[in-house]
Design a protein around this ligand. Structure first.
Ligand code: AMP
Ligand code: ZN
Length: 468
């Protein structure tokens, strides 16, 4: 299997530190608001990569943090007149809901920065002792010149960067010895959350959090570190500097970075205001559609969000689900008995799609091509598994299809009871919308149900429904 390693800028054969095991760290969101679908891109692509590693038989230790202390969280807390902790806890809970709705597997560990302060104080202390960090008036800075490989990941010309920064006075940080030095610990300002430390009552910088959480849950050297490409500099560069200097060994062997999710070719971001939250999208679409939309592009290519692309992902998902549901029905109602000779051949041919799928995924997590293998299989199943097929053949082909869709994190077979429960929930939502006189929402839900072949009947005993 090959991975494009941002460190070497080449596709490299993947060799884990320990055979059969993979340690992987993915930078998670800062929790001050609902996550937007740009934040969802790394979640979806790296969750899929993890699923693929597991499909290949690796045991994956997958760690993804929540950054729960940060200027933006504090600002949101002040605006609302609540504690930073309340803001962080609220949006961690909301983020977990969104992740579940996107069928993102829970990480092996989801550490929170505020619960790891001791480890951060320890690592900062070590960096000071060994001459990699210095303290000025309660603030601790990392000394970038003390690490000879600084800049290795971002491939930037550091002298240019340094001279660019020279005239720039960063407020409160003008005691830095070098413009590229960065904060490991900062003293608190009035009303901010803080922890005691040998240098001041204060809080950690953002970068040290990830170095410490990766070390604690995965070890000094990890296999894969991942995140969005905006994190390469300075965040990941700084993580490498801290971890390598503190641990005395290389930090991560492979660095994977997803490209941006854009709108009108501009990065979707909170600061530009050009974003949709995952929650917004969930009102219009099943989030599996979002998942398929994301996976239909290669993770290192920019992806433009648009309604037509979402509609096309919706139609594609329906095509896969319809094929899967037909096979599922055949598993129950198909012919009894063993497969015929002809069917045995069909089953073998269907199985070969797994190899084709794996080949695409082995090429740097190429989900775009892997998705097209799934469509080829759907076409194959529609043509070569007739309605007269045996249950055994239907099951063999469905098993192949679900093995592949499981890697993509798509649930394509829904039991009838689950579907019914979903419909009941939508009907309840519509009733609530009508009660609240939100007729637009009520109509939207009725239309959605109609699109799914559900007709609503208002009766004296309440709303009844039937499939048409
Ligand atoms: P943040 O909460 O801004 O630290 O972002 C959490 C994760 O989402 C990081 O890995 C970011 O790189 C990633 N991210 C943020 N915006 C986008 C975007 N528009 N497209 C892709 N990834 C993004
Ligand atoms: Zn990080």
């Amino acid at each position: 299997m090959k991975i494009f390693n941002s460190l070497t800028m080449t596709k490299q054969e993947f060799t884990p530190i320990e055979p059969g095991k993979v340690s992987m760290y993915v930078c998670g969101p800062t929790v001050y608001n609902l996550i937007h679908i740009g934040n969802a891109r790394p979640m979806i692509v790296f969750d899929t990569f993890r699923r693929y590693l597991e499909h290949k038989g690796y045991e994956v230790n997958y760690v993804s943090n929540f950054t729960d202390v940060d200027d933006k969280i504090i600002k949101a807390a002040i605006e609302e007149g609540v504690t930073a902790e309340e803001i962080a806890n609220r949006y961690i809970a909301e983020c977990r809901k969104d992740m579940e709705a996107m069928n993102i597997m829970p990480a092996t560990t989801h550490p929170q920065a505020t619960l790891e302060i001791d480890g951060m104080i320890e690592m900062i202390g070590k960096l000071i002792d060994e001459g990699h960090a210095y303290e000025k008036n309660g603030t601790v800075y990392f000394s970038t010149r003390s690490f000879k490989d600084y800049g290795e990941l971002s491939h930037k010309n550091l002298d240019d960067l340094r001279s660019g920064f020279r005239d720039l006075k960063v407020s409160g940080e003008d005691e830095k010895e070098d413009p590229l030095d960065f904060v490991l610990w900062k003293p608190k300002k009035e009303g901010e959350p803080s922890w005691p430390s040998p240098w001041s009552d204060g809080r950690p910088g953002w970068h040290i959090e990830c170095s410490v959480m990766a070390k604690r849950y995965l070890g000094d050297t990890i296999d894969i570190h991942a995140g969005g490409e905006d994190l390469i500099f300075p965040h990941h560069e700084n993580e490498i500097a801290q971890s390598t200097c503190a641990n005395g060994v290389p930090f991560a062997h492979y660095w994977m970075h997803n490209a941006f999710l854009n709108i009108d070719n501009k990065k979707m971001s909170k600061s530009l205001g050009n974003f949709f939250t995952v929650r917004d999208i969930s009102k219009e679409y099943d989030l599996q559609v979002l998942r398929l939309f994301m996976l239909s592009a290669h993770y290192r290519s920019p992806l433009n969000f648009s309604a037509p692309l979402m509609e096309s992902a919706k139609a594609s998902l329906e095509r896969i689900c319809n094929a899967a549901m037909r096979l599922h029905d055949l598993c129950l109602g198909g012919a009894d008995g063993e497969m015929t000779e002809e069917e045995r051949k069909t089953a073998l041919e269907a199985k070969a799609f797994i190899l084709r799928f794996d080949e695409r995924m082995d090429d740097d997590n190429n989900t775009a091509d892997a998705v097209s293998v799934v469509f080829d299989l759907v076409r194959y199943a529609n043509s070569f598994v007739p309605d007269t097929a045996t249950k055994a053949l239907a099951k063999a082909v469905l098993d192949v299809l679900t093995e592949l869709t499981d890697v993509l994190g798509l649930i394509v077979v829904r039991e009838k009871e689950d579907l019914d429960a979903e419909i009941e929930a939508l009907i309840e939502e519509r009733q609530a919308a009508r009660k609240a006189k939100d007729f637009a929402a009520a109509d939207r839900i009725r239309d959605e149900l109609k699109a799914r072949g559900i007709e609503l009947l208002d009766t004296r005993e309440g709303v009844k429904w039937k499939r048409v």
